[in-house]
Design a protein around this ligand. Structure first.
Ligand code: NAD
Length: 487
């Protein structure tokens, strides 16, 4: 039997101006491991979004209010306190994330949540390190710059790493002194709502963090709203384009973290066993619902057969199982719709003439009606096939082969996306040379998927623009002002 919820989950409400409120509508949030309703969530209408923006505006514009009066050091301590509260409630948050998203508890408890804490602490440290500069351009004037918060920021987050991706935005937004209207994805609102409770407990002043739950219509109301100064969005490239168009109306600042189809390149001189592990981790971690998934695997022809044999053997051991079981490494696909999309891509791969060498089917776990798909591998893929060009966002790997460096660089770059890439080789020169030639925001050498709060993350090309994490995130949550004083 799939493990059921340990305690009843309360219905989700909206957080507006420090108070929990009903929304105009309601929707269900589903446990993808069972297909059953976990609880009901408030759906924010444009009117609810108006109220959230007004609260955020008031908290930001009131220069004598608690938020604007807070020193940078106090803001830093507040963010740190939030991190402490997340840490104190880590088991509950991890369980909620797994129930709502279907990801293995091993991932939520030991990867997502620890990184949320780390990201918050990293940006807590930044609060006191944001400054302008004096510029000695004239003897007859005093000129300097100020780095000011942008204002009210609208944060729109997807379902694959719900609280983690929210923290990438919340950390710098708070550190820089902005106020926030945050929308989690409709599939996975639970951890964000619990985080809202922790924010109140930590002492975040009313109106500084507002949470509006809902789907695309709620998101559109945020993007359109004239009272919002910046949108930070993570999600699909199609919606990213729509957001950019929508934000143009009010000339909002926009940063976009979008999709990917990342090439994972294995040269014949690599440590093959390590590269196999890296390829498995690169595509099947997070059920492949990972923006930087290594979904295009390029193997040098000389080692292709050996590599694929080892890869398939490992993939077949990764059986989909109860996400709440600590031993599980392959959980449930987030929703029925997403599962159907992935299954459609598997059919497309077969029709395109790729060879299905592992998985390929929906499976039932312990008789449940959950949304499980076997780890799936296609070989004999060519770069022009749909399964090699489009983001599948599920546990499906497209394996291609190559013969030399120029060819693989050309193939790897011949794709609209440019989020991440990896290179496996024992040759240091080759590793660095290929890294420079790849059009990707992150390149891993002899590893896959490493992330840290201190290292910027973001895309080239259709994977978006702007960087999250690291010091560069601060630039996107501040405006630069120049002040002249003429002697
Ligand atoms: P999505 O674009 O469908 O939705 C993302 C968020 O946008 C959700 O909160 C959704 O409600 C909202 N939304 C949908 N339509 C909207 C609209 N018209 N206006 C405003 N908001 C709208 O994406 P998804 O299916 O939730 O997530 C998967 C996508 O996210 C994948 O493409 C993946 O690669 C990408 N992603 C990127 C990164 C990154 O860092 N680059 C990280 C994780 C996920």
């Amino acid at each position: 039997m799939i493990t059921a919820t340990r305690s009843k989950i309360s219905p989700g409400r909206l957080l507006i101006d420090g108070q929990w409120a009903q929304g105009a509508g309601k929707f269900d949030t589903i446990n993808p491991a069972t297909g059953e309703v976990l609880t009901q969530i408030a759906e924010a209408s444009p009117g609810d979004v108006d109220r959230a923006v007004e609260a955020a505006r008031r908290a930001f514009d009131d220069r004598a209010g608690p938020w604007r009066k807070m020193s940078a050091s106090e803001r830093g301590r507040l963010i740190w306190r939030l991190a402490d509260l997340v840490e104190a409630n880590i088991d509950e948050l991890a369980e909620l994330e797994t129930l709502d998203n279907g990801k293995p508890i091993f991932e939520s408890r030991y990867v997502d949540l620890p990184m949320v804490i780390d990201v918050l602490r990293y940006f807590a440290g930044w609060a006191t390190k944001i400054h302008g500069e004096t510029v000695n351009a004239f003897e007859t004037a005093f000129t300097y710059t100020l780095r000011e918060p942008v204002g009210v920021v609208g944060l729109i987050v997807p379902w694959n790493f719900p609280l983690l991706l929210a923290s990438w935005k919340l950390g710098p937004a708070l550190a820089c002194g902005n106020t926030i209207v945050l929308k989690p994805a409709e599939q996975t609102p639970l951890t964000t709502l619990r985080f809202g409770e922790l924010a109140i407990e930590a002492g975040v002043p009313a109106g500084v963090l507002n949470i509006v739950t809902g789907g695309p219509e709620t998101g559109k109301a945020i993007v359109r709203h004239a009272g919002i100064d910046k949108i930070a969005f993570t999600g699909s490239t199609a919606v990213g384009k729509e957001i950019m168009r929508g934000a143009a109306e009010t000339l909002k600042r926009v940063t976009l973290e979008l999709g990917g189809k990342s090439p994972n390149i294995v040269f014949a001189d690599a440590d093959i066993d390590n590269a196999v592990k890296g390829a498995i981790n690169g595509i099947f971690y997070g059920k492949g619902e990972v923006c930087n998934a290594g979904s295009r695997l390029f193997i040098e022809s000389k080692v292709q057969d050996e590599f694929l044999d080892k890869l398939v053997a490992r993939a077949q051991k990764m059986k989909p199982a109860d996400p709440l079981d600590p031993k599980t490494r392959m959980g449930a696909i987030v929703s029925h719709a997403q599962m159907q999309d992935v299954l459609d891509y598997i059919e497309t791969g077969k029709k395109e003439g790729a060879r299905l060498i592992a998985g390929g089917r929906r499976v039932s776990v312990d008789g449940s009606r959950g949304f499980f798909i076997e780890p799936t591998i296609f070989s004999s893929v060519t770069n022009d096939m749909k399964i090699a060009q489009e983001e599948i966002f599920g546990p499906v790997l497209a394996a291609l082969s190559f013969d030399d460096i120029d060819q693989v660089v050309e193939l790897a770059n011949r794709n609209p996306y440019g989020l991440a890439a990896a290179v496996w080789t024992r040759d240091v020169k080759k590793a660095h040379s290929v890294s420079r030639q790849l059009k990707a925001g992150t390149v891993w050498i002899n590893t896959y998927g490493l992330m840290d709060a201190a290292l910027p993350f973001g895309g080239y090309k259709s994977s978006g623009f702007g960087r999250e994490l690291g010091m560069h995130a601060i630039e996107h949550y501040t405006e630069l002002k120049t002040v002249w004083l003429n002697f």
